[in-house]
Design a protein around this ligand. Structure first.
Ligand SMILES: [Zn+2]
Length: 119
């Protein structure tokens, strides 16, 4: 689609139009970090190690079902706390997004080859 088309311009001005978005009030009220209910490490909204929300928001955030099974492959040098991939595991626990950690460049090449073959 032409990025300068009227449709594209309208979408840029109203990127969330037509979406059902829950209130963020629960998250806005949090005043600091809390202990993860599983590992006890200090976290803000969810634990990126255990893939669970902190106790203060458990049951108050929407859970979703993913339309497809997702496996997330991370590079070993990707910082867990900075990765956006853990969100899927927190918000769609029944679909069990599995996060794999790459241990070597050889493994990374094998995964790239597997992805190319599956397409
Ligand atoms: Zn944890």
């Amino acid at each position: 689609m032409n990025p300068k088309s009227p449709e594209a311009r309208n979408r840029d001005e109203k990127p969330f139009e037509g979406m059902i978005i829950s209130s963020s009030e629960t998250l806005d009220k949090l005043e600091g970090r809390s202990a993860c209910p599983r590992c006890g490490k200090s976290r803000m909204y969810f634990c990126y190690t255990c893939y669970v929300p902190i106790s203060l928001i458990e049951g108050k955030i929407p859970m979703c079902k993913l339309p497809i099974k997702v496996d997330i492959i991370k590079h070993r040098r990707e910082i867990d706390g900075k990765s956006t991939s853990a969100h899927a595991a927190v918000l769609a626990p029944d679909d069990g997004p599995k996060l794999e950690l790459l241990e070597s460049c050889t493994q990374e090449k094998e995964i790239h080859q597997a992805i190319q073959i599956s397409y």
